[in-house]
Structures are given as structure tokens and as C-alpha cells.
Ligand binder design. Structure first.
Ligand SMILES: [Zn+2]
Length: 73
């Protein structure tokens, strides 16, 4: 019985390795998005944030609503 379990484990491991080496291009988190997100600079604190997360105000960008509000004062 123990030998049978041993061989099942060996075959499962071999199968797992075979699949791993046959498919080196595993699906990644971002498959077709090779371009980095454009970064913009917060006009209030100067940090760089992805443009899709930044808040526009005229020609300026801000990292958060708080900094956008501070710039208006
Ligand atoms: Zn900021």
C-alpha cells in the first residue's frame, strides 16, 4: 500500500514537472499591458503618481483630493 502511494506521488510530481516545463509562458498578471502607465507629478507635493490615479485640475495633476483642495486655496 505504501509503495502504491509512493508511485502515485512520483507520477504526480513527474506530471507536474512535465506541465511546468511544457508551459514556460505561464499567464501573468498583466499579459498584454507591457507599456508602463504614464506618470504625472503632483503639483502640490511633487510625488509621481500614475495618471489614471491622479486628479486633473486645469493643466496640473494632483495625487489626492486633499492636495487638489490645498492648491485651490
Ligand atoms: Zn500630492
Amino acid at each position: 500500500m505504501l509503495r502504491l502511494l509512493f508511485w502515485i506521488a512520483v507520477i504526480a510530481a513527474a506530471f507536474w514537472l512535465w506541465r511546468r516545463f511544457n508551459r514556460p509562458a505561464a499567464p501573468k498578471a498583466r499579459p498584454h499591458d507591457s507599456e508602463p502607465a504614464p506618470m504625472v507629478r503632483c503639483a502640490q507635493c511633487g510625488i509621481h503618481v500614475p495618471r489614471d490615479k491622479a486628479l486633473p485640475q486645469g493643466s496640473q495633476w494632483f495625487c489626492s483630493q486633499a492636495h487638489l483642495d490645498q492648491s485651490e486655496r
